[in-house]
Ligand binder design. Structure first.
Ligand code: THU
Length: 131
């Protein structure tokens, strides 16, 4: 089950996506164990590779506010099919919670995964222990 507030936050922030190059707006919202929500949209750049995805934007908003105990993320795109997070975002989120619930919200369906399913055998903080 996805918290409706989480979906609403992702839908709301998607409206602020800066996407002059792809015209592919994405909104993402993270929820913490305490129920606080942090949202981010994709922000593109004329130097295309500098684009930040909605998921990483939401993540840095939360960390900048002092919160990194996320339990779930909702990702909203404009497509009928759900928008899956890119590989970079999967890795970025894995840092904070390998068991994060990932809800992909399409117009016609919602698909839910755990982050571990989307990024098996990931490299994470545990690999750096004792180095
Ligand atoms: N994008 C996201 O923000 N999140 C995703 O899950 C997939 C892709 C963005 C990056 C770029 O601004 C646009 O969507 C098209 O790739």
């Amino acid at each position: 089950m996805v918290d409706n507030k989480l979906i609403e936050a992702a839908v709301e922030v998607q409206k602020r996506a800066y996407v002059p190059y792809s015209n592919y707006p994405v909104g993402a919202a993270l929820i913490t164990a305490e129920g606080d929500i942090f949202a981010g949209c994709n922000v593109e750049n004329s130097s295309y590779g500098l684009t930040i995805c909605a998921e990483r934007n939401a993540c840095v908003q939360a960390v900048a506010a002092g919160q990194d105990q996320f339990t779930a993320i909702a990702v909203v795109g404009d497509q009928d099919n759900p928008t899956p997070p890119c590989g970079a975002c999967r890795q970025f989120l894995y840092e904070f919670n390998p068991d994060l619930k990932v809800h992909l919200i399409g117009r016609e369906e919602i698909i839910s995964y755990s982050l571990g399913e989307l990024l098996p055998e990931a490299f994470g903080p545990e690999n750096l222990q004792g180095v």
